[in-house]
Ligand binder design. Structure first.
Ligand code: NAI
Length: 349
């Protein structure tokens, strides 16, 4: 079903409020989720509302958090999330980081004790809209084998980056450090189809093509993705004094307890380096250069990083955002949640 971004935001906001989130937090969370859907990142959009609603209703997200920003140096700080909505806390923390980077050239802000914050390019996009470079990393629940290991240690620990160009365009990267997101395994299960043997392993650490036998995901590019996941965990967990590695709380366990996830934002102000005009001109120039690269067989055009999302935004803004009917039906219904996520564990069948 096609819906406008405003319709989608309003439906999500209403449901989250019904679950117990206060109005401004519900509105901001809805904005983050609709941001994901409007660029085709459906795995982190409206699809997640029912899970959030269940966690909120069961008390696993603080609906009245005591958010505090603690400035720890001229360009550093910690945003205390107090178990509140990760989307809201990470957004407010990025506001602080942008303000400090505008003044001092760079800012590093840790966000601690939060729940899931969704597609983390929302926060780097926030920075690029303000003419600064945004970088963000966060922890997620342990479901990835370390290189050579047979059991999970790190999460899918994503990395996002955005550098502003001209005309509101930016060069962006937003990726999990795993070959495929967990959502792709769920999709294969729902269709009862095999997965490539490069995505995941079974309980013995052997590659598997059966989505129902998945016991852990594989990092991108073996030891290199493993190393990136480590870096994310050090920056957004250990650096902030939070649980790390396989002690990070699971998304689908203990829905009545706050999660204590960490996220780290780094903001760099080009004005303190090459100057913002030169920076934006050259970011735009590299976008054009990339679009001019001769395509390889099977490709019609080389897209600059993130342009795949820009293409979807353009189509959806004309024709409406495509959302699965069942999700819209749920959002429009009176049901808050169907009690289906608690104690499922990461790999529940
Ligand atoms: P993906 O594999 O769909 O995309 C990865 C990157 O490749 C993106 O930057 C995308 O723009 C770029 N890309 C894809 N096709 C392209 C093309 N043809 N040309 C140029 N660039 C292209 O992303 P993935 O790894 O599945 O992650 C999806 C989302 O999941 C992200 O928004 C991420 O933040 C979110 N996530 C959030 C987590 C959390 O705990 N909050 C955990 C893991 C992922």
């Amino acid at each position: 079903m096609r819906v406008t971004k405003d319709e989608l935001k309003s439906l999500i906001k209403n449901k989250l409020q019904k679950a117990g989130l206060k109005e401004d937090h519900a509105a901001l969370t809805a904005d983050v989720l609709a941001f994901a859907d409007e660029r085709g990142i459906h795995s982190h959009g409206a699809m997640r509302v029912e899970y959030y609603a269940e966690r909120i209703a069961k008390g696993g997200i603080n609906t009245n958090p005591d958010f505090k920003f603690e400035k720890t140096g001229p360009s550093t700080g910690i945003f205390h999330g107090d178990g509140g909505s990760g989307h809201v806390a990470a957004k407010l923390a990025m506001d602080e980081a942008i303000a400090m980077a505008k003044e001092n050239g760079v800012a590093i802000v840790g966000v601690r004790d939060i729940s899931h914050s969704g597609a983390i390019s929302y926060f780097t996009h926030q920075a690029s809209k303000e003419n600064v470079i945004g970088f963000s990393v966060c922890q997620s629940d342990p479901m990835v084998v370390p290189f050579g290991g047979a059991e999970p240690y790190y999460g899918t620990n994503p990395i996002a980056f955005a550098a502003p160009g001209n005309d509101d365009k930016s060069l962006t990267l937003d990726m999990a450090t795993t070959v495929q997101a967990w959502g792709k395994i769920l999709h294969a299960r729902s269709k009862n189809v095999e997965i490539p043997d490069t995505w995941a392993v079974d309980k013995n650490g052997e590659p598997t093509t059966d989505p129902f036998n998945v016991n852990a995901l594989l990092p991108i590019a073996g030891p290199k993705g493993y190393g990136l996941a480590m870096m994310v965990d050090v920056l957004s967990g250990i650096l902030l004094g939070l649980p790390f590695g396989n002690k990070v709380s699971s998304m689908y366990e203990n829905l009545s307890e706050y999660r204590k996830l960490g996220q780290l934002h780094i903001v760099i102000n080009p004005e303190f380096f090459t100057g913002i005009k030169n920076f934006k001109d050259n970011v735009s120039q590299s976008m054009e250069d990339l679009n001019q690269i001769k395509p390889a067989p099977g490709f019609s055009k080389v897209l600059y990083p993130g342009q795949n999302n820009d293409v979807i935004i353009e189509e959806y803004s004309k024709n409406g955002i495509e959302i699965v009917d069942d999700i819209i039906d749920y959002l429009k219904s009176d049901v808050v949640h169907n009690n289906q996520y608690d104690h499922k564990g990461a790999f529940a069948k």
